[in-house]
Design a protein around this ligand. Structure first.
Ligand SMILES: Nc1ncnc2c1ncn2[C@@H]1O[C@H](COP(=O)(O)OP(=O)(O)OP(=O)(O)O)[C@@H](O)[C@H]1O
Ligand SMILES: [Mg+2]
Length: 242
């Protein structure tokens, strides 16, 4: 039976989509069957981040409204053995999705996939809350900024209220030369403020930024410190979500 992991953040732009794409690619490379679901309705990004934007025919709402079957909306990323994405709709105008829809979708996906990573929109809006229904765990992606850290802790509370008890965080966009100066919150200060446990730290690296702008997860290139770091993070995710 598969696991659904919600990738969320309070503040926008912390790196949820980039994290979803890279962690998904690593999981697939490890031999797991992986589905990535873009829940950022009206502002989809995951297809672009993986260079699959030209392959989107059906989306999540088409599945949930019965216009197509789940299989038809799953786009295979041919660069990885078992990596699929389901795009979100290009507009949120006609969206009438409920938590029940999401839990039924998760249940069906869990029959065929080992990991389902859900790329949530930023914040604590309806799309995030309905994505919690039936999710097994959550990873909050935050960055070393007071605003992002406070929002991450508020989100932690809300996710717990919605039934997710296994919540970890990833600290993304860390600039080692600044984080030690005291000018931005330090890693220890962030750990003290957040009730969730940390699952990993990701450096701010232009390579990650450039790769995602070119439709590639940065981990595609093997043998880099970025790939090794994501590998370690994913190993911890696997160990902690058993
Ligand atoms: N570790 C990193 N190093 C450098 N750039 C990064 C890193 N992580 C993410 N980025 C860049 O930060 C920007 C935001 O990333 P991304 O779109 O993944 O954030 P998001 O949390 O999904 O945003 P949104 O809240 O809008 O959905 C992108 O330009 C991305 O390339
Ligand atoms: Mg995003």
């Amino acid at each position: 039976m598969g696991k659904v992991i919600l990738i969320a953040s309070g503040k926008g732009g912390t790196g949820k989509t980039v994290f979803t794409a890279n962690a998904g690619a690593i999981l697939a490379r490890k031999g797991y069957r992986v589905a990535l679901i873009d829940m950022d309705m009206g502002l989809r990004n995951l297809d672009l981040c993986l260079g699959l934007e030209d392959k989107v025919v059906y989306d999540l709402v088409d599945v949930l409204t019965g216009l197509c079957r789940i299989k038809q909306a799953l786009i295979k990323d041919k660069r990885f053995e078992n990596l699929y994405i389901m795009a979100s709709p290009p507009s949120n105008k006609y969206v009438d999705i409920t938590a029940l829809h999401m839990s039924v979708l998760y249940k069906k996906l869990k029959e065929n996939f080992d990991y389902i990573l859900v790329d949530a929109p930023a914040g604590i809006g309806d799309a995030v809350l309905m994505s919690t229904a039936g999710a097994d765990s959550a990873i909050i992606v935050t960055v070393p900024e007071h605003t992002a850290v406070r929002d991450a802790d508020i989100l932690y509370n809300i996710l717990r209220e919605h039934g997710i008890s296994d919540i970890k965080y990833v600290l993304n966009k860390v600039k080692s030369e600044i984080i030690t100066t005291g000018l931005v919150p330090s890693i220890n200060e962030i750990a003290d403020k957040l009730r969730a446990d940390m699952v990993g730290i990701i450096q701010y690296d232009e390579t990650i930024h450039i790769a995602s702008n070119n439709g590639l997860p940065a981990v595609f290139k093997k043998g880099t410190y970025i790939e090794e770091n994501f590998n370690n993070i994913v190993d911890r995710m696997i160990a902690q979500t058993k």
